[in-house]
Design a protein around this ligand. Sequence first.
Ligand SMILES: *Cc1c(COP(=O)(O)O)cnc(C)c1O
Length: 229
Amino acid sequence: MSVIAANLQAVKNDIAAAAQQAGRSPDAVTLLAVSKTVSAGRVREAFDAGQRAFGENYVQEGVDKIAALDALRGQIQWHFIGPLQSNKTRPVAEQFDWVHAIDRLKIAERLSAQRPAGLPPLQVCIQVNISNEDTKSGVAPAEVPALAQAIAALPNLQLRGLMAIPAPAADPAAQRQPFAALRALLDQLRQSGLKVDTLSMGMSADMDAAIAEGATLVRIGTAIFGARR
Ligand SMILES: *Cc1c(COP(=O)(O)O)cnc(C)c1O
């Protein structure tokens, strides 16, 4: 078994254990393999080991990799998880399946306008600055409901839920707090009538805490592909 295949299996085992611990089904948690800085050849290795959803952070690197793996188009789900500038929305709208880090209406409007006819709606999440950090990107929690309503009204996007990258915390209880807050915010959107189902939260270092608080998608890079250079 390749190192990547073995790592994938170990991460899946960890997800299953964390889900079980939380009284949730392991199938309720999607594993997104974060492949930023990882070559197309190594993504292919993960694909051959059964992985189907991949996350990219940089537009040019992402579209180059999608092109290099064109033979697998339709079999891979490509997620754009990095911050997105408004002058770079077009290739993302045209080539990706998901966008996780929407932080203003203008970006969402451009993605909707640029999504090609004939493709399914782009699946999107709003990035929330859940730890209220000055430096972090993402929308303040209080602004999420209005932005969510506006995005849900756009024709070529489907609002799926919320995403966050909390400030690092060492102990599990402290890690769980911001994830619980994101979950409460998603519940609030549901109660307002929006059909949202996705909590994109948890990375290699805080995956268990995120799953305990209801993550439906964890974004894992290092634990699958090793440390980035
Ligand atoms: C890099 C990255 C990840 C993966 O982080 P790891 O610590 O390598 O698991 C997840 N989400 C986002 C938004 C990232 O940029």
